[in-house]
Write a protein that binds this ligand. Structure first.
Ligand SMILES: NC(=O)C1=CN([C@@H]2O[C@H](COP(=O)(O)OP(=O)(O)OC[C@H]3O[C@@H](n4cnc5c(N)ncnc54)[C@H](O)[C@@H]3O)[C@@H](O)[C@H]2O)C=CC1
Ligand SMILES: O=C(O)C1=N[C@H](C(=O)O)C[C@H](O)C1
Length: 231
């Protein structure tokens, strides 16, 4: 598979290393706001760029009929617009706030736990995420996905960074040098705490998941999620 990397930072470089090991070839590397780039040589594009660039990168792929996998976070206010454009242009698109297998399993666990805990009002829920200090967005896209899953499976009405009201989930974002990504969900009562935690040891899990998603998407049309790829 010939891959265009839209974003050639920490994730782009990790994807290149793992993709080459799987026999793929990187044919284009974009790491800036290039006015127009030619994706014709690529079978698929993988976007891990910056929040301000993701929408333009993704829709350029639709225009050039190249399937696109995006993991960039912090641009999701335009996600529905991207979905609409993908359908109009009969293109192919997968977005995931987190491509790692471990986090996608953790997502399923989170939904089940939220359903179970909803009957026990003596417990209050909170989410904590920890990432490296270069991260541009807060809270992380994964923390937002986790909060949305809890909201769908409980009586919670929303989430808020730091201070939250009774019917909202408080989300805390910490920034510590070199942390690839940690997410913790806690249910606390007077007498005890129940915690589930996902700790990424490196970026390899995210990168491998994105490559597997690209292999899966290459010959398809439509809008998909990581759940379609993995389960
Ligand atoms: N969904 C997932 O599984 C994961 C998502 N991420 C997200 O991926 C994104 C990238 O993460 P990192 O690689 O760690 O960041 P990074 O800062 O190391 O790399 C981003 C790169 O994008 C480049 N860039 C700037 N403008 C661009 C443009 N217009 N087009 C293409 N590239 C451009 C920058 O020069 C930089 O090299 C972030 O939004 C992060 O939250 C990160 C890890 C996993
Ligand atoms: O910026 C990162 O590094 C990460 N971003 C993603 C997010 O915002 O959830 C996924 C992962 O946690 C690493």
């Amino acid at each position: 598979m010939k891959i265009a990397l839209l974003g050639y930072g920490k994730m782009g470089k990790t994807i290149e290393r793992l993709a080459e090991k799987r026999g793929h070839e990187v044919v284009l590397r974009i790491s800036d706001d290039v006015q127009k780039y030619d994706l014709k040589k690529a079978d698929v594009a993988i976007d891990f760029s910056i929040p301000d660039a993701a929408f333009k990168n993704i829709t350029s792929c639709f225009d050039q009929q190249i399937p696109v996998v995006s993991g960039t976070t912090g641009w999701l206010s335009r996600y529905n617009e991207a979905v609409k454009l993908c359908k109009e242009k009969d293109a192919a698109f997968i977005y995931a706030s987190n491509f790692s297998l471990g986090v996608n399993l953790f997502f399923e666990l989170n939904k089940k736990l939220a359903q179970m805990m909803n009957s026990f009002k003596e417990y209050s829920v909170d989410i904590e995420e920890i990432h490296h200090t270069q991260k541009l967005d807060a809270p992380s896209g994964t923390a937002i996905s986790l909060a949305e899953q809890i909201i769908e499976n409980s009586d919670k009405k929303g989430w808020k960074l730091d201070e939250a009201s009774e019917d909202e989930i408080p989300v805390t974002a910490k920034r510590i040098e070199n942390v690839p990504g940690t997410h913790i969900i806690s249910y606390k009562s007077e007498v005890d705490t129940i915690k589930i935690e996902h700790i990424a040891h490196s970026r390899d899990g995210f990168a491998l998941g994105a490559i597997i998603a690209a292999e899966w998407l290459k010959d398809k049309k439509g809008v998909f999620s990581m759940k379609d790829v993995l389960f």
